[in-house]
Ligand binder design. Structure first.
Ligand code: FES
Length: 144
């Protein structure tokens, strides 16, 4: 079986799908190679992610990754959301095939972008280097 039961479950029954009107932070990323797009909406109170929703126009692994990633950051502090790696998302899904690891990278990046967007909107200072995706090492990410 190429995909774990968890991947299939989160693909067939994705959690937290949708839009948050008046979200505090929104992050959108795409993968130029496959053309898939992921958008994450965050509702933040006192540095805690009180709600999160996503819209993913993409493959099953991208949908499962967004679903799992949103579950992993819901109710958590922003600092924890920023530490979420695509590898942790893939592990929580009981693994992704190697050529599908890049799909989980979208989830990591979309969350980071949404947090950055929240900081920007609220004039909260941060180290831009911490958000430089290209310098970030991804587990088997961004490969052809
Ligand atoms: Fe593009 Fe999965 S194939 S995100």
């Amino acid at each position: 079986m190429l995909y774990s039961e968890k991947v299939m479950d989160h693909f067939m029954h994705p959690r937290n799908v949708g839009v948050i009107e008046n979200a505090d932070g929104v992050g959108e990323v795409g993968n130029a190679k496959c053309g898939d797009i992921m958008k994450i909406y965050l509702k933040i109170e006192n540095d805690i992610i009180v709600d999160v929703k996503f819209e993913t126009f993409g493959c099953g692994s991208a949908i499962a990754s967004s679903s799992m990633a949103t579950e992993m950051i819901k109710g958590k502090p922003l600092s924890q959301a920023l530490e979420l790696t695509n590898k942790a998302v893939a592990e929580a899904l009981d693994g992704l095939p190697a050529h599908k690891m890049h799909c989980s990278v979208l989830a990591e990046e979309a969350i980071r972008k949404a947090v950055q967007n929240y900081y920007d909107r609220h004039g909260i200072a941060y180290d831009p280097a911490a958000f430089a995706f290209d310098e970030h090492e991804h587990e088997e990410g961004e490969q052809a």
